[in-house]
Design a protein around this ligand. Structure first.
Ligand SMILES: Cc1cc2nc3c(=O)[nH]c(=O)nc-3n(C[C@H](O)[C@H](O)[C@H](O)COP(=O)(O)OP(=O)(O)OC[C@H]3O[C@@H](n4cnc5c(N)ncnc54)[C@H](O)[C@@H]3O)c2cc1C
Length: 502
């Protein structure tokens, strides 16, 4: 039985778990009211910190040592982006799953994490990991750094090639799964041949959303999703050439920063009135705009793209107001769509993504889904860490080891642009019951949103040293009543959260 003072309350909309005697007035993640919270039957104990190990907040790289490294060797994040590893230690392997056949469709981080989790608890399992990409699983989130020339191709693979055979994981690359038969427990290859499974994990990721704009088929109009996309852009780019990026979200800005590093003259076309509208409020976005402009990147706000023009190759972008931008290349960064067609064709429940429950089970009990392909409580995260974590949980459940995904706060950072930016959780107050503290510093600004005596969200622009503590405070719903009692300023909030670092 759980202690009523620390009972768990699960938001039925987004999966957020609140601890306390009663549910919060509103969910700090999705804003759902108290009536949407359900009491957890049995509240799991929080994981114990694992001293001496540090996880990179951005790419999940784990560093062993007394302190975090100066910079993440994988994604370049600074020491401030590391937090103590607080995953529970894996329990001893189970053997009951024996030589069950696990098939994982999708060789991205979610698929790989599922394979690792299954192998961790089922030494005898027969694991097949299938990827459409010709390359073994790689750090997709590092493609912008690769494009910028910050890391070479040798930094992209997650594991060396030999790792897969050492782990006895059958890795099939450049292979496209064409269908699934849930009743028959088989997948189908394009050739029509079937392959049986006992448990299936769908980790097939997402594809870039291409708005239906005239001219998207022109050469030079592309998205950035795969290593192949990055290589094509690198082949095409030349110093001084005009390039356009459609979309001023994180991926669009990172891409713009990378293109500018390669010497292109970059214009970003953004529909909204400020940059990163999903991660920043207008106040914080002003600082980012100034920084971006200093880099020589032009941003056009509240503009819609009407067409890409050219004769075989793109030459210009026509905007809805009739104006034209000349462009030798265009990168469209207008969001992603889950790869859910396999699941849909197989009759599984699909909404924006493949619908999963807390155990990441789809509407078929032997099929699991994770990462950008999956929709949990209405959310398709489209982020690295949730994809990794979901993959792990899907793998554990597929292997018969119950584990639950309770939702994660969204953590966003910029890497390539060189501007320290971090945002987590809710960035816009849903109503007047939120306390918002903000101030400006020499380097940028800080915004804190409190609700129900906890930190619901935060933005750091410029100095991001507090990012790991803030992410943790949002994730664990740290009690901030001691701070909030004293009519605090943003500087007081910084001091309060800094204490946890020291
Ligand atoms: C350029 C870029 C930068 C990013 N930067 C960040 C960042 O800084 N921080 C962050 O949190 N997130 C970032 N992301 C998002 C993050 O990379 C994704 O959320 C994450 O990679 C999703 O992992 P996944 O395994 O679910 O899907 P994916 O990485 O898309 O992998 C799915 C794999 O499944 C394969 N597949 C699909 N269908 C089939 C099929 N039928 N048969 C076989 N294989 C199939 C695909 O080819 C793909 O290789 C970035 C993404 C991009 C593109």
């Amino acid at each position: 039985m759980s202690d009523s003072a620390s009972a768990g309350w699960v938001c039925s909309v987004c999966g957020y778990v609140h601890r306390g005697a009663a549910p919060p007035e509103a969910c700090p993640v999705c804003g759902a009211p108290a009536s949407d919270f359900e009491r957890q039957a049995d509240t799991p104990k929080p994981p114990k910190p694992n001293p001496g190990q540090w996880r990179c907040l951005i790419c999940s790289y784990i560093h062993a040592g007394g302190a975090p490294p100066e910079a993440c060797p994988v994604c370049g994040a600074s020491a401030d982006d590391f937090g103590p590893l607080d995953d529970a230690k894996p329990e001893p392997p189970q053997t009951h799953a024996g030589a069950l056949r696990f098939v994982i469709v999708g060789g991205g981080i979610a698929g790989l994490a599922a394979a690792e989790a299954i192998r961790g608890v089922c030494p005898d399992a027969r694991i097949t990991l299938i990827g459409k990409d010709p390359a073994p699983p790689y750090y997709r989130l590092n493609l912008t750094r690769y494009l910028a020339g910050e890391v070479g191709a040798d930094h992209l693979p997650i594991h060396p090639d030999a790792w897969y055979s050492e782990q006895d994981i059958r890795l099939l690359l450049g292979e496209d799964v064409a269908g699934i038969d849930p009743a028959g427990h088989t997948i189908q290859w394009a050739s029509g041949v079937s392959e049986p499974y006992d448990k299936l994990v769908l980790a097939c990721g997402a594809h870039p959303f291409m708005p239906s704009i005239e001219g998207t088929a022109l050469e030079g109009v592309t998205a950035l999703r795969t290593r192949g996309d990055a290589d094509r852009i690198l082949d095409a780019i030349r110093p001084g050439a005009p390039w356009a990026v459609i979309g001023g979200g994180i991926l669009g800005l990172e891409t713009a920063g990378a293109l500018a590093r390669r010497g292109a003259r970059v214009t970003v076309v953004e529909n909204f009135g400020w940059l990163l509208p999903r991660q920043l409020d207008a106040f914080a976005a002003r600082h980012l705009h100034a920084f971006v402009a200093e880099k020589g990147i032009e941003v056009l706000y509240q503009r819609q793209t009407a067409a890409f023009e050219g004769d075989g190759c793109v030459k210009a972008v026509r905007l809805a107001d009739g104006s034209r931008l000349s462009a030798e290349g265009v990168v469209v960064a207008a969001g992603i769509r889950s790869n859910s067609h396999l699941a849909r064709k197989a009759g599984l429940e699909v909404n924006q993504g493949i619908v999963v429950d807390a155990r990441l089970t789809t509407s078929h009990p032997d099929i699991f889904a994770a990462g950008d392909a999956a929709e949990h409580h209405g959310i398709v995260y489209g982020l690295w860490e949730p994809a990794r974590y979901q993959g792990q949980i899907a793998g554990l459940n597929a292997a018969g080891r119950p584990a639950e995904f309770g939702g994660l706060p969204r953590v966003n950072t910029l890497k390539v642009l060189g501007f320290g930016l971090f945002s987590v959780g809710t960035i816009a107050p849903a109503d007047g019951s939120y306390l918002v503290l903000r101030d400006e510093t020499e380097e940028g600004c800080r915004v804190f949103l409190f609700h129900d005596n906890t930190l619901a969200g935060a933005i750091l622009a410029g100095d991001t040293r507090l990012s790991a503590e803030l992410a943790k405070a949002v994730k664990t719903r740290r009690d901030c009543s001691a701070l909030l009692r004293a009519n605090p300023s943003a500087a007081d909030a910084v001091a309060f959260f800094s204490e946890a670092r020291n």
